[in-house]
Design a protein around this ligand. Sequence first.
Ligand code: SF4
Ligand code: SF4
Length: 194
Amino acid sequence: MRAWFRNVYLAAVTIAAGMYVTLWYFVQSFRRGTFTGHFAYPERPVPIRPRYRGFHRFDLTTCIGCDKCARACPVDCIYIEKEKAPPPAKGFVVTGFKIDYTKCMFCALCVDPCPVDCIFMGSNHDISTYTRDGCVVDYAKLPLNVAWGQATLNPTAVQESKRVSLPVWTKAGAGASASEEKKPVVPGATEEKK
Ligand code: SF4
Ligand code: SF4
């Protein structure tokens, strides 16, 4: 009989403890308000931490096409296309710099090996796309303000970047003078890097 009362007592205490936790979070949630009211996303961006790892920022004008980032990537999701720069220029002209975000795990291992500091983890976190193909982002063909993280990496910009066949920037002296650089029209490109 004593054991029976003890079991009843333990059950009641356990349920009360569980309900206390539930009630505590219920009150906290009530006092905090809804997340949607708090952040008003997407009209106002959700605040992120300074070291947040979002979609990359990439500077095509600095990249030398050395492949170090692609070799460091543990899931092989960086695809670099480049051509030998015609003389007298040396090195490579990067014509494609694709990152497959269906594979990328945002580990940032591609950032440190870069000898010219042209790839970083950015603060963009919204890249909803219309198709799975939209997850493969070619930073060499995005508008520069988008590639560099100054504008949102939105699905429209990504889709439009897949229509251009030339890079948005070519190395000065690589077959054409700076004034003769090929500048394909990219819808949505509102400003270019000076
Ligand atoms: S963050 Fe990691 S997984 Fe993504 S591209 Fe860089 S090295 Fe590869
Ligand atoms: S490591 Fe840097 S310079 Fe080399 S290919 Fe990657 S982004 Fe370009």
